[in-house]
Ligand binder design. Structure first.
Ligand SMILES: [Zn+2]
Length: 220
């Protein structure tokens, strides 16, 4: 898979990701997602190509950016994600591809991805905002009890209102937490969701703040 800048008929630049469908078919969904993000990261950073001296640094930067973006979408999958990428690289190494011209030093890359993932697991701070409805009062009360502090919820942030088929509690809050705390929080939320199948509306969004900058992650 490779990324490059091309020109359209009017001479305007556009980014292009080119891939071998036979290679992509062999990848797990997580690995597939990662390699696409990796190529998009090359475009984002305007890397000139794979045949320049700083090529290896560019690969590490593309991997770092891809990891940061991937865990933004799938924060609970980060270990599965890492294992999936590492197994792709292991296959490459086993089949004698040590990186060649396009992805230098696959063995170094493998170690780097493991270290990067560890660093993100330990130093990432998740910034989250939440807005949702709960149907069951006991589930709602337990949620408030467990997450009032991390989600910075105050009394203005939730209201209860009656609907024809019961009492709904509406909650709004925001907070910052570590990835581990978020994992616990999200697991709890998944359980709450299952036990309140009538939840009419659920929306929570998150964004990442990395405790260290991507360049620090890059320069482990
Ligand atoms: Zn690359």
């Amino acid at each position: 898979m490779l990324a490059r800048i091309s020109l359209d008929a009017n001479g305007t630049e556009y980014g292009e990701v080119i891939f071998n469908p036979n290679f992509v078919k062999r990848l797990s969904p997580a690995a597939r997602y990662f390699v696409i993000l990796h190529e998009l990261a090359h475009l984002l950073h305007q890397h000139p190509g794979n045949h320049v001296e700083e090529s290896a640094d560019n690969e590490y930067q593309a991997d770092s950016t891809a990891l940061i973006n991937a865990i933004t979408r799938y924060p609970l999958m980060i270990k599965e994600f890492r294992d999936s990428i590492v197994s792709v690289i292991d296959n490459e190494i086993q089949s004698g591809n040590l990186g060649g011209g396009s992805h230098p030093k696959n063995t170094d890359r493998r170690e780097r991805i493991i270290l990067q993932t560890e660093k993100m697991l330990n130093s990432s701070i998740l910034s989250i905002s939440i807005e949702c409805n709960f149907v069951q009062k006991d589930v709602f009360d337990a949620f408030i009890r467990d997450h009032k502090r991390t989600l910075k919820i105050d009394s203005n942030d939730f209201v209860e209102f009656k609907a024809s088929n019961g009492t709904f509690s509406y909650l709004k809050g925001w907070g910052e937490m570590s990835l581990n705390d978020f994992t616990e929080w999200a697991n709890y939320f998944a359980i709450a969701y299952q036990s309140s199948p009538q939840i009419p509306k659920l929306r929570y969004i998150w964004e990442w703040k990395i405790g260290s900058s991507p360049s620090e992650v890059l320069n482990l």
